[in-house]
Design a protein around this ligand. Structure first.
Ligand SMILES: [Zn+2]
Length: 320
């Protein structure tokens, strides 16, 4: 798996998406809703209001950029298509554990790539002596989330938002934290892992400092046998789109907890568990990003000032 895969896959999938657009009827956005991403993000971060809204807003926030335009149908951006059921639950499941894990790791990989980009973009927030670069640090013109260079603060927020979106989706789209409904496990009722901690294979900061082959090997070994996300009619990491997900654990019918009304959410407190997991994970990711800035930019306390800029609405005044 080369380092360049995610970009190539995204480009191919985005192009295919544009071609397919005319044939796909407009439907509701079936994903951890923008409002849920907003609630989770606001609960995790104590940032000043305008900056927090730029990150968290249900429609216009950076954390929701992956749910708009061509990004919406790229499976790894939402941790889709890592569906699997072990032989003790169903015979001859159409996907292997390895295939499912490959899709999950493609999701982790997008998060790692954007984390690295965010660390790099932060360099533009302060000058060489550690002073705030005011023109790079204010949000008076709103940011556009189009992966084109803008003021450094917009760039960092966008990269962080795109790093966190898949991680938050993982808790709504997988069985990591939920429980199955009573009765036999099967395609429409996959086992739930009922975990309460953050997932160890989302150690994005650690992976960002490793060779991709090395962290992929490490992360693969941490994936539990029964972990699954749902098949979704979007593009997987190889650019393949399964239109109907026949015979597979699906996102829409079986596994998603995107809203409290989803079928899987209605077993016990599954929805609250997804929200709690996504919130704890966002806190971990933000803490790890801050630690990385301090470690990467120690001179003149530049990393410390970057953190101040990213959390304050008027950095020129608040971060002397
Ligand atoms: Zn999503």
């Amino acid at each position: 798996m080369s380092n360049r895969m995610p970009h190539l896959v995204r480009t191919a999938a985005a192009a295919a998406f544009v071609l397919a657009l005319a044939a796909v009827p407009a439907g509701p956005a079936l994903a951890f809703t923008g409002g849920n991403h907003e609630n989770v993000t606001r609960a995790a971060l104590s940032w000043e209001p305008a900056t927090l809204s730029a990150m968290a807003d249900a429609r216009k926030g950076a954390v929701n950029a992956d749910d708009h335009g061509g990004y919406f149908l790229i499976g790894p951006l939402h941790c889709d298509n890592a569906d699997y059921l072990a032989p003790r639950h169903v015979e001859d499941y159409p996907r292997s554990r390895d295939e499912a894990t490959t899709e999950l790791l493609a999701c982790v990989r997008t998060s790692v790539a954007h984390f690295r980009n965010a660390v790099r973009a932060a360099d533009g927030l302060v000058d060489a002596r550690g002073a705030v670069r005011a023109d790079q640090s204010d949000l008076s013109t709103s940011c556009t989330w189009q992966e084109t260079p803008g003021p450094a603060k917009c760039d960092v927020l966008e990269e962080l938002g795109r790093s966190w979106h898949p991680v938050q989706d993982f808790y709504a789209h997988s069985n990591w934290s939920d429980r199955a409904a009573p009765g036999a496990a099967g395609i429409q009722n996959p086992p739930g892992l009922a975990r309460t901690g953050v997932a160890p294979f989302f150690d994005v900061r650690r992976y960002s400092g490793m060779d991709d082959a090395a962290w992929t090997r490490e992360a693969r070994a941490l994936v539990p046998e029964d972990l699954a996300t749902g098949c979704y009619p979007d593009f997987d990491s190889a650019g393949v789109k399964d239109g109907d997900c026949t015979g597979r654990v699906t996102h829409n019918r079986d596994l998603n907890k995107d809203t409290a009304a989803a079928r899987r959410s209605r077993t016990g407190d599954n929805f609250d568990r997804a929200v709690a997991g996504a919130t704890a994970e966002t806190i971990r990711q933000w803490n790890d990003f801050r630690a990385e800035l301090r470690a990467a930019y120690p001179d003149h306390r530049r990393g410390e000032r970057m953190i101040c800029i990213l959390t304050h609405d008027d950095p020129a005044a608040s971060c002397p």
